[in-house]
Design a protein around this ligand. Structure first.
Ligand SMILES: [Zn+2]
Length: 73
């Protein structure tokens, strides 16, 4: 065990090794991963709530048709 040596951080995007706090893309391993994280953040920010969860069409075609309903007896 060598004291005074910080453990290697893992990139939150790809899990790769991060150079260190002095790295230009800290806390990411590279500027590429930094952009990926930024893109994901923007994607969530741009998403408007209520656009999903589309209800099924209210047609009259509902119902389960059972072919050859066995009726013995
Ligand atoms: Zn990375």
């Amino acid at each position: 065990m060598k004291p005074g040596r910080a453990p290697p951080r893992a990139c939150p995007v790809c899990g790769g090794p991060v150079a260190g706090r002095g790295a230009p893309a800290f806390p990411f391993c590279s500027s590429r991963c930094r952009l990926v994280d930024l893109g994901a953040w923007l994607d969530e920010a741009m998403r408007i709530p209520g656009t999903e969860a589309a209800a099924p069409p209210a047609d009259g075609t509902g119902g389960v048709d059972v072919p050859g309903a066995g009726s013995e007896g």
